[in-house]
Ligand binder design. Structure first.
Ligand code: ADP
Ligand code: MG
Length: 387
């Protein structure tokens, strides 16, 4: 049933791609296969279940026949070893035993079915939470001077050899903007994901105001940060609730101000129900640029001291990119920012640009310094300048 439902869910949500690639027959076939398997399994199950009742009735009857046969012989036989009244009483008591014996078989099949479900449920309930508060975790409510990565190495598979980050040293002073650039797969997203502790470090440490981030309360640490990803994740709810997400007691005015800074107010007001319009599943009723601006408004409203932008504009067309970039520049003002950019033109004013390659920092410096150095950054920059 689980496999069948996930196939249905996947097919329905990927309908657009399936149609575009004319893969309907493939997916219909896949559905039929899974469905057929389910049907066979259920037929086998029902066959057995429906058979248990006639079978146990039959067995009960057989047992009664045997009892009657021997009992009858004892009562009617020449020696009359048994009183007829005793035998009748015995039969009456014995027949009471049969229904509970029958319900054993039913109980057994129910237990089996339950066990199969429990296995799957426990897999989720017992999943170990590996990232949790340290026993003596301290609170933190402000960010004061710096974030520092010290000799950080990281691999997704514990004890594995595939280091995704190798010996990273990086310091971000309060109020500065640090940009990360590099090929896709070079470890930029991994590097910024370590800061809100989406993963814990294998080697090295990350310090926030001089204290290891593992020593802070997880919730406190994360509330210092605002994150805008390439893929803006919206929930099937109103625009208002999507912007005010995770915060309580938010006034309409605050949400509207955040939307204005994010260049989203205009398109929201044009919608028939304004801020109360529903965005659809995963924000499907909005365009990519609109979704992105709403997730920026969300970050603005949260007003975090540290901002993480992971290719926040890469999914956009030039026009909406200009609007979003505009919004981001406003968002970055007076904040400490780690920004990953695919378009180098947007990060020229960063205080430091870090060029990454295969998990290592290969160049660092300001835009002008890196251009003078005529290394990897200059090559990347020139490649883009022609586009
Ligand atoms: N959740 C994950 N599990 C295992 N490997 C991952 C995971 N996420 C990323 N990787 C690997 O880590 C490397 C760096 O990925 P990423 O940090 O996303 O790069 P970038 O953001 O620079 O494109 C890639 O080789 C990728 O295959
Ligand atoms: Mg990435």
């Amino acid at each position: 049933m689980g496999v069948l439902l996930s196939t249905i869910e996947e097919t329905l949500s990927g309908l657009r791609i399936i149609k575009a690639f004319t893969a309907e027959t493939f997916f219909t076939g896949k559905f039929h296969r899974v469905n057929e398997e389910y049907r066979k399994l259920m037929t086998r199950l029902y066959r057995k279940r429906d058979l248990t009742s006639p079978l146990s009735e039959f067995m009960g009857a057989v047992v009664m026949v045997i009892v009657m046969f021997f009992g009858g012989k004892l009562v009617l036989g020449t020696e009359q070893q048994l009183e007829p009244s005793t035998f009748i009483a015995f039969i009456a008591i014995f027949s009471q035993l049969i229904p509970p014996a029958k319900s054993f078989s039913e109980a057994y099949s129910n237990v089996q079915r339950g066990l199969a479900s429990v296995d799957r449920i426990n897999k989720i309930l017992d999943a170990e939470i590996t990232i949790r508060d340290n026993e003596k975790a301290i609170s933190i409510h402000d960010f004061n001077h710096s974030v520092e990565y010290r000799n950080v190495s990281f691999a997704y598979h514990k004890g594995g050899t595939g280091w995704v980050l190798k010996n990273i040293n990086l310091k971000v002073e309060k109020g500065k903007t640090i940009a990360l650039v590099g090929q896709s797969g070079s470890g930029k997203t991994t590097l910024v994901d370590l800061l809100p502790r989406f993963y814990d470090l294998e080697e090295g440490e990350i310090l926030l105001d001089g204290e290891n981030i593992k020593d802070y309360k997880l919730n406190d640490l994360r509330s210092l940060m605002g994150i805008v990803n390439q893929e803006s994740i919206l929930f099937n709810d109103t625009i208002f609730n999507n912007i005010a997400f995770g915060l309580s007691n938010v006034s309409e005015e605050d949400v509207m101000n955040a939307a204005k800074i994010a260049n989203a107010h205009e398109f929201i007001s044009k919608m028939s129900e304004g801020y109360q319009s529903n965005v659809g599943d995963r924000g499907g009723k909005l365009s990519g640029g609109q979704r992105q601006r709403i997730s920026i408004a969300r970050a603005i409203l949260k007003n975090p001291p540290i901002l993480i932008l992971d290719e926040a504009t890469s999914a956009l067309d030039t026009e909406s990119e200009r609007l979003v970039q505009d919004a981001i520049t406003r968002l970055m003002k007076n904040r400490t920012t780690l920004v990953i950019a695919h378009r180098l033109s947007t990060i020229q004013h960063a205080d430091e640009i870090i060029v990454m390659q295969q998990g290592e920092i290969i160049e660092r410096g300001t835009h002008t310094a890196l251009l003078e150095k005529a290394g990897v950054y200059k090559r990347l920059y020139e490649l883009q300048a022609f586009v």
